[in-house]
Design a protein around this ligand. Structure first.
Ligand code: TUI
Length: 315
């Protein structure tokens, strides 16, 4: 049984987080992952306090176990939602797409454990000083908004830069990935794309099918010109975005506007033409829709076999 500081710190059975995927990770998915012994995470995405309160209530009705909320710091409602999370005293807050330090005193005073995503050594040092209990080192293999460094390069440097436990994210699909992350010094993992096809995930069935059919080269990044590249499945939408990105005739504002609402169109409507299907590079390694509990058990059984040094474990 793989146990790390993360398990004791958060009171969870397996050191695995489900990524807080915008428009995808709701109270039902988070509760299923937490019930199965991992840490489920609700995405606060670009929604207001009312939405997040509702999802927290939904999760609390489904599980007594701890779960988290991910605050995407570029959200126009970030200030409002940050206060709501303190009022609701959620067990864990993870943050992404920015520097969370202005909220950390308020969250720590509410007894919330804060675990920011760090894309660099500098951000690791900053949040360590500001009172984080752990950090998520998320490499550019992941889906959605991505940093510059790959998981292989980022995780060991983050581990060297802090004494806090490090959770590796980006490019992890199975037990081999978990074992590799531990070899780099991580004490936990966060998976997004693999949980997107969990049976308890309410994302549109077309989104799940597109992940299940994806090949190794299925994803690409767009939006580098805007300073926040996003990884998603190659679709008519990403082809349009990529073309626009290299066009002098399209302003940054127009380019930004093209992306607005595209993730909702994918996740809620399953719109194959206009949707932005954010996905990690591991999409091709996701084979079937499964209950969250089975995903977790399978991954950790395999990780234990790999870490025990057993030779011919593959397939
Ligand atoms: O946040 C994510 N992934 C996301 S957010 C998202 S919603 C979205 N929708 C449309 C356009 C853009 C985003 C979809 N996927 N992952 C965590 C993450 N955080 N990755 C990278 C970072 C990050 C980047 C910079 C964290 C901190 C940071 O700090 C910069 C600074 O100095 O403030």
């Amino acid at each position: 049984m793989i146990k790390t500081r993360i398990c004791d710190l958060l009171g969870i059975q397996y050191p695995i987080f489900q990524g807080g995927m915008a428009w995808i990770a709701d109270g039902q998915l988070a509760a299923a992952v937490s019930e199965a012994g991992g840490l489920g995470i609700i995405s606060a995405m670009n929604a207001d306090s009312e939405y997040i309160r509702k999802e927290i209530r939904k999760a609390r009705a489904l599980t007594q176990k701890p779960f988290g909320v991910n605050l995407m710091l570029m959200s126009p409602f970030a200030d409002q939602v940050a206060k709501t999370l303190a009022e609701e005293k959620v067990s864990v807050v993870t943050t992404g797409a920015g520097n969370p330090s202005k909220y950390m005193k308020m969250w720590n005073e509410a007894g919330i454990k804060v675990i920011p995503v760090v894309p660099s050594v500098a951000m690791t040092r900053l949040v360590t000083r500001a009172g984080a209990v752990a950090v998520i080192a998320e490499g550019g293999e992941s889906g959605g908004h991505v940093g510059e460094l790959s998981t292989m390069v980022l995780v060991p440097q983050v581990c060297d830069a802090t004494d806090l436990p490090v959770i590796a994210a980006g490019g992890i699909a199975d037990g081999r990935g978990v074992a590799a992350a531990f070899m780099l010094g991580a004490e936990g993992v966060q998976l997004g794309t693999r949980f997107l096809v969990a049976e308890e995930c309410n994302v549109h069935p077309v989104y799940k099918q597109k992940i299940l059919k994806a090949g190794d080269l299925a994803t690409m990044t767009t939006g580098k010109r805007l300073g926040h590249p996003v990884r998603s499945l190659r679709t008519p939408f990403t082809r349009e975005m990529a073309k626009a990105e290299y066009s002098r005739d399209i302003s940054d504002e127009e380019l930004e506007q093209m992306g607005v609402g595209a993730l909702r169109k994918a996740a809620v409507e399953g719109n194959e033409k206009e949707g932005c299907f954010m996905s990690g590079q591991i999409a091709a390694m996701v084979k079937q829709e499964q209950p969250a509990a089975q995903i977790i058990r399978e991954i950790f059984d395999q990780a234990e076999t790999v870490l025990s040094g057993a030779g011919k474990w593959i397939k």
